[in-house]
Design a protein around this ligand. Structure first.
Ligand SMILES: NC(=O)c1ccc[n+]([C@@H]2O[C@H](COP(=O)([O-])OP(=O)(O)OC[C@H]3O[C@@H](n4cnc5c(N)ncnc54)[C@H](O)[C@@H]3O)[C@@H](O)[C@H]2O)c1
Length: 344
């Protein structure tokens, strides 16, 4: 069976997804490319060999009976309208993170997709980095005992990657800044490692280093997980001279009752329960894969779910809890209070 895919939004992330479809060319074909800058849709279609139809109207992709699934790489404010329309038309959906501008939208999208009975996967690509699978297994097997604390960070300079005036600089179009756009990656990953979050406390600011940005580009926050573990986080879009080259090398430290696992320029472990890891922090020989690899695994998983009917690891249903944490962080700052994460 060939899964016929319509690409909505042909910018940076759509280009990152393409190798995933190339690797799965026996199972899938991109039959339509859409971008409101038609030239980008045309360029993408040309890159794919010139057979895909092009359009500047996303509704045309939804209305096309030749399209089985849509891959949505559009700005955040379009995520809900596109997914609700896709549900109505009975299309499977792979949607870039963040799933939604707020929890209300997220709940609506999941209900609509569940009613449609189609696959709904959120592209939380960091879950698909190859090194995270063995780490999750070690944690589940108790290699460092009970995880009692975690530290995470992310360092980017938004103005280096995107031009002034880009929609990511606008709170109205992106639904927030570094928290909704980037901290969401590690928050979602920590949910998979440690479980859900009970409450949060957040501080953030807008540095002025990203001209025209009207949302937060520096954020520090604390999280209390349901299992009692405490998480500390720092994320910035204002790392003017970013010392950390790729997202695969962003800091993660997991503190357990029998040891620690950390990513500080490579994955290390200290454990009193695993042979060879008892003397100080040992390099684990895990890949620190090229970040781009995560998109290939992510697209492959989506296509497999469509073909087999299995529920994606990062389903829309699962992601509601991630969006609930993001919303709680904003509420915490606005109210100046430690804030409970809403239950889905
Ligand atoms: N997983 C990651 O590591 C990662 C990294 C960057 C961005 N993203 C996410 O990917 C998504 C897209 O971000 P991006 O960086 O590719 O942005 P982008 O601006 O490069 O691409 C978005 C594209 O959507 C097009 N677009 C805007 N309005 C449209 C409309 N009405 N109809 C059709 N197309 C329209 C734009 O012209 C643009 O080409 C966002 O959700 C973003 O958060 C994920």
């Amino acid at each position: 069976m060939t899964i016929r895919v319509g690409l909505i939004g042909c910018g940076l992330m759509a280009r990152a997804h393409l190798p995933g479809y190339e690797a799965a060319r026996d199972q899938s074909e991109i039959v339509m490319c859409c971008d409101n800058h038609l030239k980008l849709a045309e360029d993408t279609a040309a890159k794919l060999g010139g057979t895909a139809a092009v359009t500047s109207e996303w509704q045309a992709v939804i209305d096309n009976p030749q399209v089985d699934a849509v891959d949505v790489c559009a700005p955040h404010f379009l995520h809900a309208p596109i997914v609700l329309a896709a549900a109505k038309a009975g299309k499977h959906v792979l949607l870039e993170k963040p799933m939604a501008m707020n929890l209300g939208e997220a709940r609506q999208m999941v209900s609509a997709m569940e009613a449609a009975g189609k696959v709904f996967m959120v592209a939380q690509n960091q879950r698909y980095l190859p090194e995270h699978k063995p780490i999750k297994k070690l944690l589940d097997d108790g290699a460092i005992g009970r995880v009692v604390a975690a530290r995470i960070d992310g360092n980017q300079f938004l103005s280096r990657g995107y031009p002034e005036g880009h929609w990511l600089f606008s709170k109205k179009l992106a639904g927030g800044g570094v928290i909704r756009t980037t901290a969401i990656h590690k928050i979602d990953l920590m949910r998979s490692f440690l479980g859900d979050v009970r409450r949060v406390t957040a501080l953030y600011s807008t540095s002025g280093l990203n001209p025209g940005m009207d949302s937060e580009d520096i954020a520090a926050f604390a999280m209390e997980f349901e299992n009692g573990a405490i998480g500390e986080a720092f994320f910035t879009f204002a790392a003017y001279q970013n010392p950390i080259p790729t997202a695969s090398h962003e800091l993660v430290i997991l503190y357990g009752t029998k040891g620690m696992i950390s990513n500080i320029n490579g994955w290390h472990m200290h454990s009193t329960g695993v042979d060879g890891y008892t003397e100080g922090m040992q390099l684990m020989g895990l890949p620190n894969a090229n970040y781009a690899e995560s998109f290939v695994h992510e697209v492959g998983h989506f296509l497999e779910c469509v073909a087999t009917g299995q529920t994606p690891i990062t389903s829309g249903h699962d992601n509601i809890k991630t969006i609930a944490i993001i919303d709680a962080l904003y509420r915490s700052y606005e109210t100046g209070k430690t804030t409970l994460v809403e239950h889905p």
